[in-house]
Write a protein that binds this ligand. Structure first.
Ligand SMILES: *[C@@H]1O[C@H](CO)[C@@H](O)[C@H](O)[C@H]1NC(C)=O
Ligand SMILES: *[C@@H]1O[C@H](CO)[C@@H](O)[C@H](O)[C@H]1NC(C)=O
Length: 299
């Protein structure tokens, strides 16, 4: 899931030698996490400024889903993800600055949402996808709630317990749309309106595979002490082994990979998948870590 704010340690050196020789920097599109918004100066606003400072001249679009910042935050809980993805695809297609291609960086649930964007909307082309704590195989649990949204989170947990796959909940609650119950894979496969679709659980859409494989790099950041995402393996596209909720398996042991339904195996063999580990809890990293590990993919 996501903290409402990134906890970025403001200390540390952030140096970068710009090695870019093309006409101008590749634009960047950012999608925030749950309970956050496009423009919070302590989270996405901070990241946008940092990137703009380190890569002079770059165009950074931090996505606002809705008309206002408040709507943007509410939509991260209550707007059907498929509609959100369609809204974003439309926005990107109409943005003249992105037509030559762009890099994308998603924080927490924004990571899997941007993967849906590349799979569904090849134009304009996404070049690198950076998922920072995204949950590519979903979640099974709602462990902790960020302070400000804690009432909301208590309510959401109750809804998920009542029935994440019940139609009214599935249609309206964002977190239900990437709820993945390993004890009940069949229900997940049948009823998940978002994640089961983009992970090709019901049928194989060749377009999804072709589009995902068109990425130059698919970078996945996992927080090595993550206490918010259950299981953290999902951040590297792994998950609970089916039928239980204790043991996890890495991506390369999943059926999705072995059957290569999404092209991930081929991408892996071609060196297109990058697995990064960050030492802290969910979405906690230093400026130094960000500069050293993430900025090179934005060049
Ligand atoms: C496959 O995905 C594309 C892109 O979202 C969509 O236009 C197409 O209708 C899908 N095809 C099937 C068979 O679902
Ligand atoms: C599968 O991935 C793990 C890391 O997640 C790696 O250590 C292992 O070597 C991989 N196995 C194969 C067969 O590539």
């Amino acid at each position: 899931m996501a903290l409402p704010r990134l906890l970025i340690l403001l200390i540390g050196f952030c140096g970068l030698s710009s090695g870019r020789s093309r006409a101008g920097p590749v634009p960047l599109v950012i999608w925030h996490g749950m309970g956050d918004s496009c423009c919070n100066p302590e989270s996405m606003g901070y990241i946008k400024k940092l990137v703009e400072k380190k890569i002079p001249g770059i165009y950074v679009l931090s996505l606002k889903i809705g008309r206002t910042v408040i709507e943007d935050m509410e939509n991260s809980f209550f707007l059907n993800v498929n509609d959100q993805v369609a809204f974003v695809c439309d926005k990107l297609a109409k943005d003249p600055q992105l037509q030559g291609g762009y890099n994308a960086m998603g924080f927490s649930q924004g990571g899997q949402f941007l993967r849906a964007v590349v799979q569904r909307c090849p134009s304009p082309p996404m070049i690198n996808l950076i998922s920072v704590g995204g949950q590519h195989q979903g979640v099974y649990g709602f462990p902790r709630c960020p302070g400000e949204s804690s009432h909301l989170c208590d309510w959401i947990r109750k809804m998920l317990d009542i029935g994440a796959y019940a139609k009214p909940i599935q249609q309206r609650l964002v977190q239900a749309q990437y709820w993945h119950d390993p004890l009940n894979e069949e229900e997940y496969r049948k009823n998940s309106v978002f994640l089961a679709d983009i992970n090709q659980e019901r049928c194989i859409n060749k377009t999804y595979k072709t589009n995902l494989m068109s990425l130059k790099k698919f970078v996945m950041v996992r927080f090595l002490k993550d206490s918010m995402v259950d299981p953290p393996a999902s951040e590297w596209f792994g998950y609970y082994r089916s039928g239980q909720a204790k043991e996890t398996i890495p991506l390369n042991e999943t059926a999705l990979y072995k059957e290569d339904r999404l092209g991930l195996k081929e991408m892996d063999q071609g060196g297109k998948l990058v697995f990064l580990g960050a030492a802290g809890d969910h979405l906690q990293f230093s400026k130094e870590w960000f500069c050293e590990n993430i900025l090179p993919f934005l060049q």
